[in-house]
Design a protein around this ligand. Structure first.
Ligand code: MG
Length: 258
C-alpha cells in the first residue's frame, strides 16, 4: 500500500513538472528566421524557415501601399521609396535580395495553409499619415486573416494603440498584444486588450508587470530576446512567448528543457 502511495506521489510530481515545462510554442521568430539562414527579413523564405524550424510563431510587419495593398516590410520605406505614396506595381519594380517580389500579406496567409503549427504574428505598422490609416491597416489585415480562416492562428500586435483598440472592437476573440510598453497590465485589462508584447527592458523596469499581466489573464510576450540568459529568465517566469532573432538558440534551450 505504502509503495502504491509513493508511486502515485511520484507520478503526480512528474505531471506537475511536465505542466511547468517550456516548449517550442513559446518561441517566435522575429521577422521570420533570417539571421542564421541568410533569408531576407520579412520574406516568404524567412517565414518558410520559421515553419520548418517548428517555431511557435513567426512575426512580420504590415504596411499598406497607396492603392491599398497590404505588404510585408519593416519600414515605412521600401528601398528608399515611401510605401504609402506609391502603388504596389511601382514598388515591386525593386525585388528583395533573394529575387522575391515585395511580399504580400495574402501570400503569407496562403503559405501558412490550414491549421499551421506556427502562429502568424502580424504587426500592424503605425501609418506615417496617422491613427486613422493605422486603424484601416488593422481592419484590412483582420479581414484578410478571416478570409483565410486563420484568425485562431494569428496574433495581431501594434505600437499603435488606436490599431490595437480597433482590433479589439472588431472581434473579442482574437489575440491582440500592445507593443509600446507605456501602459500597465491594469490599464490594458480595463480596455479589454488581451495581451502585451513589451521590450524586455520594460519588464526589468517594472518587475511586477509580468506577474500582474499573468494574474489578469493577459497573454505576454517580450522582444527582442536574443541572449540565452534572458531567454531562460523569461521562460522560467512563464512568459507566453519570447520574440527573437535567434529562434534556433531559443528552440535548443526549450528542447533541452532549460
Ligand atoms: Mg515587427
Amino acid at each position: 500500500m505504502r509503495l502504491i502511495a509513493i508511486l502515485s506521489l511520484l507520478m503526480i510530481t512528474q505531471i506537475s513538472v511536465a505542466q511547468n515545462k517550456v516548449d517550442a510554442r513559446q518561441v517566435i521568430a522575429h521577422r521570420g528566421a533570417w539571421k542564421n539562414t541568410g533569408a531576407p527579413q520579412n520574406s516568404l523564405e524567412s517565414l518558410k524557415h520559421a515553419f520548418e524550424l517548428g517555431c511557435g510563431g513567426s512575426e512580420f510587419d504590415i504596411n499598406m501601399t497607396r492603392d491599398g495593398v497590404l505588404v510585408i516590410n519593416h519600414d515605412a520605406d521600401y528601398f528608399g521609396s515611401k510605401i504609402e505614396e506609391l502603388t504596389y506595381a511601382e514598388l515591386n519594380k525593386t525585388k528583395l535580395k533573394n529575387g522575391e517580389d515585395l511580399p504580400l500579406l495574402e501570400n503569407f496567409f496562403k503559405m501558412a495553409g490550414k491549421n499551421p503549427k506556427t502562429l502568424l504574428v502580424a504587426e500592424i505598422k503605425p501609418s506615417p499619415s496617422g491613427a486613422e490609416r493605422s486603424e484601416k491597416i488593422a481592419a484590412e489585415a483582420y479581414k484578410m486573416a478571416k478570409k483565410y480562416k486563420l484568425l485562431k492562428h494569428t496574433v495581431f500586435i501594434s505600437f499603435s494603440y488606436e490599431a490595437v483598440l480597433k482590433l479589439v472592437s472588431l472581434d473579442k476573440k482574437i489575440k491582440v498584444q500592445y507593443l509600446t510598453g507605456d501602459k500597465s497590465p491594469d490599464v490594458l485589462k480595463a480596455a479589454k486588450v488581451p495581451g502585451l508584447d513589451y521590450h524586455f527592458s520594460v519588464f526589468e523596469k517594472n518587475p511586477d508587470w509580468l506577474k500582474k499581466a499573468q494574474a489578469l489573464g493577459l497573454s505576454t510576450n517580450a522582444w527582442t530576446v536574443n541572449k540565452p540568459e534572458l531567454m531562460e529568465d523569461l521562460l522560467k517566469q512563464g512568459i507566453s512567448y519570447i520574440t527573437t532573432d535567434e529562434p534556433e538558440k531559443a528552440l535548443e534551450l526549450v528542447r533541452k528543457g532549460l
